[in-house]
Design a binder for this molecule. Structure first.
Ligand code: UD1
Ligand code: CA
Length: 459
C-alpha cells in the first residue's frame, strides 16, 4: 500500500528549557528525531518533517536524509502541524509520528501498518499501557472500540484513571485527514488544534478506528523534559549494551558503560566499567578497554589494549597496539601494528610506525615516525613556532634519548641515535649520532662547601 510519513518536529519543546530545539537533543549520540526516522518501516515512501521553531537547525541536521520539509509558521498544535502538511501529501495512506519518541521500534510500526490494513481501518493509533499515565492523552474506549483521546488537561476524574495512553503515532487515510482536519476546533487556553480530535471525529461518524497496544510500553515514551531525556538514554543504552553482549562482547559492569548508537565492538573484546565509546567508533575483536577510557570517532584493529584513563579521538590503531594508562591520542593519530603509547604521552596528527614505542611522558605532534623507533621519556616535538605548525620526520630504527626536544621542521634519518637531553635544531643524517648537550663541568669539593653553608655558615 502506498504510504507516506509525516514526522512532527516543529514544537519548541519549552519543557526542555533549552536553546536547542527539542527534537535535536541527542539520545545515545543521535538526535531524537533521527531515531524516529530510523524506525519508519521500509514501505514508507516519501517522508515529510514538519518544522517550525529553529527550523534552520532541524533542516540542517536532517539535510542528508532525503526527507521533505513542511513549514509550520506558528505552533498551533499537532492538528495544525498535520494540516499544514496536507498539500504536500499524495499517497492514500499517511503514517504520523511525533519527533520526540526515540524509543519507538520499527517492528511496532510494522505491526501497526499490518493491523491497519488487515482490519480495513480508516484510522489506527498506537497505544501504550502505563502504570503512571500522567501527562499523556488517555484512550477512551466504548465496547472495546476507541472513541476518543482526551488530553491530561481535559480529563474527567474517571478518565484520569485510564492507563491506556496515546503514543502520538497514527495511520490515517489521506481522505479522512482532508475531511477532518479543517473542522477541528481550537482548545483553550492555548487555542491549539489537537490531532487527537481526528480520532473522535472519525469514531463519531462511524469510520473504522483501530488500535495496536505496544508490548513494551517504554517505546511510547514521549520526551518532553530532561528527566524523560535521561530515561530515554538509559533505555537505549541498555538496548545497545545488550546487543553488544549478545554479539560476544564482555562487559564487567554494563550499567556503567556508555556506547553510542553508531559504535561497533568485535567479539571477545572486554569492556571494563566507566567506558565511553562515542561517534563513529569501530573496535575490532579481542580488544581490552580498561576503565575510565573515552574513545570517539576512532578505529581500533584486533587485539588492541587501551589502559585506564586514556582519551582517544579521531585516531586509527592497527592490530596489537597498546595505549595508556593516561595517554591522549588526538585527531589524526595513526598507530601502526604493535606500536605502543604509554603513560602521560600525547600524540596529535602523527604516525607511529610498526613497533614504535613512546612509553613515557612525551608530546608527539605533526610527526611521522618510522618503524621500531624508541622515543625516550620526556621527548617533545616543538611543532609550533607561535605562527605555524611544522613537521618532524623520524626514520626507521631511530633511538631518541630521554628529554630530547625536536625543533621542527626537522628530519632524523634511519638508525640515527640522539643523545639524551639534546635539543635538535638541524637535520640528522642516517646512522649518525647527534648530541647537543652542554658538556658537564665538575668542580671538586664545591658541593661540600654548599652543604656547610647550609648548616650555618661555619667553615
Ligand atoms: C501529544 C498528544 C498526546 C500524547 C503525547 C504522546 C496531542 C494534542 N497530544 O502530547 O495525546 O499522549 O503526544 O507523547 O497531540 N508539534 C508540532 N507542532 C505543534 C505542536 C507540536 O510539530 O504545533 C510536534 C512537537 O515538536 C512534538 C510532537 O508534535 O514532536 C508532539 O508535541 P508535544 O507538544 O510534545 O505533544 P504532547 O503534549 O506530548
Ligand atoms: Ca510529547
Amino acid at each position: 500500500m502506498p504510504l507516506e510519513a509525516v514526522v512532527l518536529a516543529a514544537g519548541k519543546g519549552t519543557r526542555m528549557k533549552s536553546r536547542t530545539p527539542k527534537v535535536l537533543h541527542k539520545v545515545l549520540g543521535l538526535p531524537m528525531v533521527d531515531w524516529v526516522l530510523e524506525a519508519l518501516p521500509r514501505e514508507v515512501g516519501k517522508v515529510w518533517v514538519v518544522v517550525g521553531s529553529a527550523r534552520e537547525a532541524v533542516e540542517e541536521a536532517l539535510g542528508s536524509r532525503g526527507v521533505g520539509f513542511v513549514l509550520q509558521r506558528e505552533q498551533r498544535g499537532t492538528g495544525d502541524a498535520v494540516r499544514v502538511a496536507l498539500p504536500s501529501l499524495s499517497s492514500p495512506w499517511v503514517l504520523v509520528a511525533p519527533g520526540d519518541m526515540p524509543l519507538l521500534r520499527r517492528s511496532s510500526l510494522e505491526t501497526l501498518v499490518e493491523s491497519h490494513f488487515r482490519g480495513g481501518y480508516q484510522a489506527s493509533l498506537l497505544t501504550a499501557r502505563l502504570e503512571d499515565p500522567t501527562g499523556y492523552g488517555r484512550v477512551v474506549r466504548e465496547g472495546g472500540r476507541v472513541v476518543a483521546i482526551v488530553e491530561e488537561t481535559e480529563v474527567t476524574a474517571r478518565q484520569r484513571e485510564i492507563k491506556e495512553v496515546n503514543t502520538g503515532v497514527y495511520l490515517f487515510s489521506l481522505e479522512l485527514l482532508r475531511e477532518a482536519l479543517p473542522s477541528l476546533v481550537p482548545h483553550p487556553p492555548k487555542e491549539e488544534l489537537y490531532l487527537t480530535d481526528v480520532i473522535s471525529w472519525a469514531a463519531s461518524r462511524g469510520r473504522r478506528v483501530g488500535a495496536v497496544t505496544l508490548e513494551d510500553p517504554w517505546e511510547g515514551l514521549g520526551v518532553n523534559d530532561r528527566v524523560q531525556l535521561a530515561q530515554a538514554t538509559a533505555v537505549l543504552r541498555d538496548r545497545k549494551n545488550r546487543a553488544l553482549l549478545d554479539g560476544g562482547v564482555s562487559m564487567v559492569d554494563p550499567g556503567s558503560v556508555y556506547v553510542e548508537a553508531g559504535v561497533e565492538v568485535g567479539a571477545d573484546s572486554v569492556v571494563y566499567p566507566w567506558v565511553y565509546l562515542e561517534g563513529e567508533t569501530r573496535i575490532g575483536e579481542g580488544c581490552v578497554i580498561r576503565s575510565h577510557v573515552r574513545i570517539a570517532d576512532s578505529v581500533l584493529g584486533r587485539g588492541v589494549t587501551v589502559l585506564d584513563a586514556s582519551v582517544i579521538e579521531g585516531s586509527r590503531l592497527a592490530p596489537g597496539v597498546s595505549v595508556g594508562p593516561m595517554a591522549r591520542l588526538r585527531p589524526g593519530t595513526r598507530l601502526e601494528e604493535g606500536a605502543k603509547v604509554g603513560n602521560f604521552v600525547e600524540v596529535k596528527k602523527s604516525v607511529l610506525g610498526r613497533g614504535t614505542k613512546a612509553n613515557h611522558l612525551a608530546y608527539i605532534g605533526d610527526a611521522t615516525l618510522g618503524e621500531g623507533v624508541n622515543v625516550g621519556a620526556g621527548t617533545i616535538t616543538c611543532n609550533y613556532d607561535g605562527f605555524t605548525k611544522h613537521p618532524t620526520i623520524i626514520g626507521d630504527g631511530v633511538f631518541i634519548g630521554s628529554d630530547t626536544q625536536l625543533v621542527a621542521p626537522v628530519r632524523v634519518g634511519d638508525h640515527a641515535l640522539i643523545g639524551a637531553g639534546s635539543t635538535i635544531t638541524k637535520d640528522v643524517p642516517e646512522n649518525a649520532l647527534a648530541l647537543s648537550r652542554v658538556p658537564q663541568k665538575v668542580i671538586p669539593h664545591r658541593g661540600m662547601l654548599y652543604f656547610k653553608k647550609k648548616r650555618g655558615g661555619r667553615e
